[in-house]
Design a protein around this ligand. Sequence first.
Ligand code: GLP
Length: 263
Amino acid sequence: MSQFRFINSSAASEVRIYRNSGDACKAAAELIVELVQKKNDARLGLATGSTPIPVYQELVRQHQAGSVAFSQVQTFNLDEYYPISPLSDQSYRWFMNHHLFKHINIPANQTHVLDGTVPASFADQHAVDFESWIHQAGGLDLQLLGIGRNGHIGFNEPFEASVESACNLPTRLVELHPVTRADAAPAFGGLENVPTHALTVGTRAILNARRILILAFGANKADAVKASLTGPPVSTVPASLLQMRADRVVWMLDEAAAAGLNS
Ligand code: GLP
């Protein structure tokens, strides 16, 4: 593993580059286990997508080996398609149950995932409530993130705005970006089946997490990683906004995702 601070004009971000994604996921899981061992009621912000699956497998393994207990932990997931049933295997609630929650000793009512079944007229209120639950729980001790090919975090998609307002986005209902929908099409059996909307935790709550681990693997993430770290913080590359909290952020990359940092 090589580790360094990537310094550009606006921030010095901690970057760790691993030989492969498996090593990076083990290291990410280890950081989470250490946190929960120290603080058994840790508040974890969790992510979905293919990237963190091995992190969850390692957490399950460590739990089953008796190294870590989750009975006091609370989790808050980043996002959920809208509308979607939690019983649908494309839903993030299903994903989390399948990959993590059902294998560890966390009570169901301590796992919070935005609800893709709320009526449209309540979606905004549900998003406000969800963010207030994070707040009332004392904020997030750690936020795990992946990154979209277009640089999105959660479902905070690229858009034109000042950095200040882009960093202050509330938890809300959003329209998905065409790149995001195209990337999700295989999982939904075709673009026409991909929801047009999603609920997402906003940049405000993400950036307030006391520690942020962002994982990116594979050559198809290299451009987004490069733009996020080498360019200025801009709303059109949401992950670049992490530079505004560089002291809390660790980028955990494989060599392919880090390729653009050398050139
Ligand atoms: C989705 C999720 C993101 C995730 C991204 C990348 O859009 N909302 O939270 O980071 O996909 O997914 P993957 O890890 O499968 O590349």
